[in-house]
Design a protein around this ligand. Structure first.
Ligand SMILES: [Zn+2]
Length: 294
C-alpha cells in the first residue's frame, strides 16, 4: 500500500470533521444570532471558533439562571445601575390572567419574575412560555401547592422542587434555580408537617438554588376582597421613597383585581424614580429566614 492510499482516508476523515465543525459553528451562530452578529467578522477562523465556543458556554450558564439569555445582560445592567429597585413577583401562575399581566408589563416596558406552579392546560403552558419569550424571569414555586404533600417530609419537598424545575424546563427550555417556598421561608406550616425549613435551606444552598421571599405583600391572598385601588395602596402605603422592594403578588384565575392594580403601582413608583427589575443572579437576597439564622 503506497502512502497516498494510506493518507487518502485520513484526509477524507479530516475533511469530514472540518465540515462538521463548520456546520456546528454555523448552527450555533444562528442560535445566538444577535450576539454573533456583533462580533468582528474579520477574526481568523480558529479564533472565531474559540470565541463562539465561549459564547455558547456562557449562553448555557445564562439559560440556567432563569431569564431569557437575550435579555439577561441587559437586565443585570439595569439592576446594577438602579438606585431604587422594585421587583414585581407573581406567585402561583400561570393562569387565565397571565396574558393580561404580560400585556401590562409590556405596555410599561418592564420585566418581572414569575414563581410558577405545574399547570396542565395548554393555554397555561402557552402563557408560561410567553413569560419566558418576553424576557421575564422564570422561577420555581411548587408542583402542587398542597402543603400536606409538599412539606409531608424532606424527601417530598425535594421532589417537589426538582419536579417543578423539570416541568419549567420542559415548557420553556430553561433550567431555573430561583425558588420561592410555598408560604415563604418564614412559614410555620412545614414544621407542623414534619419538615424543618433549616434542612430545606441547607439543601437549597448546597445545590445551587437561590430562594427569595418578599418585603411587601399586596395582600391579594388574604381572603379579603380588595378593589384594585386598595390592592395598589396595600403596596404603596408600605413603601418609603428610598430602598429596594420585592413585592408579592399572585397570578391566578381569581386575581383579576391584581392585574387591574398594576398600572397605579407602576405609574406611582416610576414617578418616584424607582426602577423595575427582575430577579437575576445579581439580585440581593430578600429572605425571611437565612441559613445562618436558622
Ligand atoms: Zn404560592
Amino acid at each position: 500500500m503506497n502512502s497516498k492510499k494510506i493518507l487518502a482516508p485520513i484526509i477524507t476523515a479530516a475533511a469530514a470533521v472540518a465540515a462538521l465543525i463548520i456546520i456546528m459553528v454555523a448552527v450555533s451562530g444562528s442560535e445566538n444570532g444577535s450576539k454573533v452578529a456583533d462580533k468582528e467578522t474579520t477574526t481568523a477562523s480558529a479564533q472565531t471558533t474559540v470565541s463562539q465556543e465561549t459564547e455558547s458556554e456562557t449562553t448555557t450558564f445564562e439559560e440556567e439562571a432563569g431569564s431569557n439569555p437575550k435579555n439577561k445582560k441587559e437586565a443585570e445592567e439595569l439592576e446594577k445601575n438602579a438606585e431604587k429597585r422594585v421587583y414585581l413577583t407573581f406567585d402561583d401562575g400561570p393562569s387565565a390572567n397571565t396574558d393580561d399581566v404580560l400585556d401590562v408589563l409590556k405596555k410599561y416596558d418592564i420585566k418581572a419574575t414569575f414563581f410558577d406552579i405545574e399547570k396542565e392546560e395548554d393555554g397555561e403552558k402557552k402563557a408560561l412560555k410567553r413569560c419566558y419569550d418576553e424576557g421575564h424571569t422564570i422561577a420555581i414555586h411548587t408542583m402542587t401547592h398542597d402543603y400536606d404533600e409538599v412539606y409531608g417530609s424532606l424527601e417530598n419537598w425535594k421532589a417537589d422542587v426538582l419536579g417543578q424545575q423539570k416541568y419549567l424546563e420542559e415548557v420553556t427550555g430553561i433550567k431555573t434555580h430561583f425558588y420561592r417556598f410555598p408560604g415563604g421561608s418564614s412559614n410555620t406550616i412545614a414544621a407542623k408537617r414534619g419538615t424543618d425549613i433549616e434542612d430545606c435551606i441547607r439543601w437549597l444552598n448546597e445545590n445551587g438554588f437561590k430562594y427569595y421571599d418578599w418585603n411587601i405583600d399586596n395582600e391579594d391572598s388574604t381572603g379579603t376582597s380588595f378593589t384594585p385601588d386598595q390592592l395598589a395602596d396595600n403596596v404603596l402605603d408600605y413603601m418609603s421613597d428610598e430602598g429596594d422592594y420585592m413585592i408579592l403578588l399572585h397570578d391566578t384565575n381569581a386575581k383579576d383585581n391584581t392585574v387591574l392594580s398594576l398600572p397605579k403601582i407602576i405609574e406611582t413608583l416610576q414617578g418616584k424614580g424607582f426602577t423595575f427589575c427582575q430577579i437575576t443572579d445579581n439580585t440581593k437576597y430578600f429572605q425571611h429566614r437565612k441559613y445562618d439564622e436558622v
